[in-house]
Design a protein around this ligand. Structure first.
Ligand SMILES: [Zn+2]
Length: 474
């Protein structure tokens, strides 16, 4: 048999055996949990439990194998919601529920591009998420290349009108992925800036650090006051080829045919699982990931990994330390990729109880090893969690700073007073695969995701079982 996990389609019979892969050990509740030495004992127990646990990995495996791609509002997304509800119930969460989220569904459709002049070549292209289609049969036009979005914006109508704009900015490799923020405006705003100058379409060098023939998709936007034009990304290898043609001072003409379409409104869901606090059920430690993915790969590193990590962390705490004092809430957000839609819905549906969140965080950067702990905690108490910082330092996770955004979906929370934290992962290779057909399970190293699971369980256990209270966020 190819896969050892029974399918979740068999709802009603034992769903799948993930929890059985994990040895379930329950400890009696001790009243002295606030004593620092008790936290140390908990850390020892969590480390022991983690040693042979593959839980986070097995969850991602189940999601990528049994569900696969799950673009917001698609049939894959609906399958993912059912999968998540079944998975959280099977894991023994005390409460499992979902929150409806209205999403605009988009279908990629066919995409093709080729160089017509000066040298005939096929280009690997993918539509950017949300793009309109080209006219049927495609667009054949001269290409004008710009090294950056700023250079495009500084250009003139005379240079751009009637042409296809090619935004060719290289992205550098970096552990924190800090060049993403520099390059991603090409993808998000390229169509708007190009259309302002009369372009017929925009293509970008993929926002990625690989040199492969996979193109990286991702969200793009339109501005209602600017004409909409089709937008696509070509692989970095094809961007090099195109660039070389310009270097010969030749006139470059390409043909782009993309048949993406808006597929209307759909309902998706934030799927939520809770382990109810034994002493302070109203106080919540919120740990999260996003359930949706792009449609090109199977959404393993983005963000099946996060789903596995935070779910496994919560379950490990319950199985190893018993019921937490405060409630642990695992939120699997809908529609992150198309603009934090589930996150905003979560805020509006929970407005009156946001102040009960002790701290929130999201795992959404693959499964690379965690090396840094950042927070946005009330500065008055931020330093009093020394016992936690010490425990993390022993695992090679150093305290970073108190200016964290906490991850995409929880980034909307600090402005509302909710403290956040981030466990920063090694993202050296993350942008080789991000939003490509190559985002698949084999890119996750079992040892690395196991380290993530342990670190998340330690931080979550500390926040759920001690009286440390970092509210409100600065
Ligand atoms: Zn993501």
């Amino acid at each position: 048999m190819l896969f050892s996990l029974p399918s979740i389609r068999t709802i009603g019979v034992p769903l799948f055996s993930l929890c059985c892969l994990y040895s379930t050990v329950s400890y009696a509740w001790h009243n002295d949990h606030q004593h620092p030495s008790t936290f140390d004992t908990d850390v020892v127990k969590l480390k022991e439990a983690n040693q042979n646990s593959q839980l986070a990995y097995d969850i991602v495996k189940s999601l990528t194998v049994e569900v696969g791609p799950r673009i917001a509002g698609s049939s894959g997304d609906k399958k993912a919601v059912a999968w998540a509800e079944a998975m959280l119930s099977e894991m023994g969460f005390d409460k499992v529920y979902k929150q409806p989220v209205k999403v605009r569904n988009w279908e990629r459709g066919f995409a093709d591009a080729r160089v017509v002049l000066p040298f005939e070549q096929k280009l690997v292209i993918t539509a950017l998420g949300g793009s309109i289609a080209t006219p049927e049969g495609g667009i054949q036009e001269a290409v004008v290349m710009f090294p950056s979005l700023e250079a495009l914006s500084a250009s003139t109508k005379a240079e751009v009108e009637g042409k296809i704009v090619f935004l060719n900015t290289r992205m550098q490799r970096n552990r924190e992925g800090k060049f993403y923020g520099k390059v991603v405006p090409n993808r998000v705003n390229g169509a708007i800036e190009a259309a302002k100058l009369g372009a017929k379409a925009v293509i970008i060098r993929s926002v990625g650090t690989d040199n492969s023939r996979f193109a990286h998709t991702g969200l793009m936007r339109y501005d209602d006051s600017v004409r909409k034009i089709p937008a696509g990304a070509i692989s970095t290898a094809d961007a090099d080829t195109l660039e070389a043609m310009f270097a010969e001072n030749k006139k470059v003409i390409i043909d782009v045919d993309m048949q993406a379409k808006d597929a209307g409104w759909q309902t998706s869901y934030n799927v939520i699982g809770e382990i109810t606090g034994s002493e302070h059920p109203d106080e919540v430690v919120l740990i999260s990931a996003h359930l949706d993915s792009w449609d090109e790969g199977t959404g393993a590193i983005d963000d099946g990994a996060g789903v596995g990590i935070v779910t496994a962390a919560a379950k490990t705490i319950k199985d190893t330390l018993g019921q937490p004092k405060r409630t642990i809430r695992v939120v699997l957000y809908a529609a992150e990729e198309i603009g934090l839609v589930g996150a905003r819905q979560y805020v509006s549906a929970n407005k009156s109880s946001l102040e009960n969140i002790i701290a929130a965080a999201e795992s959404d950067f693959g499964a690379g090893k965690i090396y840094q702990f950042d927070t946005r905690f009330n500065p008055v108490v931020q330093k009093s969690a020394g016992v936690l910082y010490q425990a993390l330092a022993e695992l090679g996770v150093e305290y970073g700073n108190n200016q964290s955004g906490g991850g995409p979906d929880v980034s909307v929370l600090p402005a509302l007073g909710v403290p956040v934290f981030a466990l920063k992962q090694d993202g050296t290779y993350y942008f080789d695969y991000h939003h490509t057909p190559n985002d698949t399970l084999d890119k996750i190293h079992p040892e690395d995701i196991r380290q993530n699971q342990l670190v998340w369980s330690i931080v979550t256990a500390y926040l759920a079982n001690t009286s440390f209270d970092p509210r409100p966020a600065p």
